[in-house]
Design a protein around this ligand. Structure first.
Ligand SMILES: N[C@@H](CCC(=O)N[C@@H](CS)C(=O)NCC(=O)O)C(=O)O
Length: 208
């Protein structure tokens, strides 16, 4: 059976959502962040050397990195759902979005998170970090346009993978300038599968 190593209040929430969108059977192994450091417990290192979440296992296969997990699950269990047909321009746009979330968009958001702890010492970095957050959010808003989802009328893995980006941006108050992205977050959160995943995954405070 599919198994997900799920850290509370983390990126693995979007994998639970993916499972729910596809109606899959799966087992959740729960891990709790340290209340002081907010880091993952050391037990996750026994699952994967990086000690991060999400990690899934499916029989002999173990996969870390949420983009790879989204790709694997949709290819293996999607039966053509949650992705555009292969071969066309939309397919490659979809692949790009799967890489984009963690490869580009999350970097300035994580830098923001880390440098917030430095107080005034981080001031010299602020213009670059804020500029790159805006660069990415305006790119996302432009790509979304007036469509409901990144690739058109249907939800795809691209939206699930990038949901964490817009949720983190919302937590930082960075969506105030991007009403279409704020509405996009609400649209994703309104999906029954999203809500079921929240019920299963436990308290989630990112972008809510
Ligand atoms: N690029 C990875 C990032 C994984 C990651 O950093 N996960 C965070 C949760 S949001 C984590 O496990 N943090 C706990 C820690 O670093 O101790 C992915 O998308 O799967």
């Amino acid at each position: 059976m599919l198994k997900i190593h799920h850290l509370n209040n983390s990126r693995s929430q979007r994998i639970l959502w993916l499972f729910e969108e596809l109606g899959l059977d799966y087992e959740i192994v729960f891990y709790q962040r340290d209340l002081t450091t907010n880091l993952a417990p050391p037990e996750l290192k026994a699952v994967h050397p990086l000690g991060k979440s999400p990690v899934i296992s499916d029989g002999p296969i173990t996969i870390a990195e949420s983009g790879a997990i989204v790709d694997y699950i949709i290819e293996t269990y999607g039966l053509g759902r949650l992705r555009p047909a292969k071969g066309g321009a939309d397919h490659w746009a979809y692949v790009e979005w799967l890489h984009y979330a963690e490869g580009s968009a999350m970097l300035p958001l994580m830098l923001n998170l880390y440098t917030m702890r430095l107080g005034e010492a981080a001031e010299p970095l602020r213009p670059r970090i804020n500029g790159e957050i805006d660069n990415n959010l305006s790119y996302l808003a432009g790509a979304l346009g007036d469509k409901p989802f990144l690739l058109g009328d249907e939800l795809t893995g691209a939206d699930i993978q990038n949901s964490f980006v817009v949720e983190v941006a919302k937590n930082f108050g960075a969506l105030a300038k991007y009403p279409t992205l704020a509405a996009y977050v609400e649209r994703l959160h309104a999906r029954p599968a999203y809500q079921k995943a929240i019920e299963k995954g436990g308290a989630y405070g990112i972008g809510q």
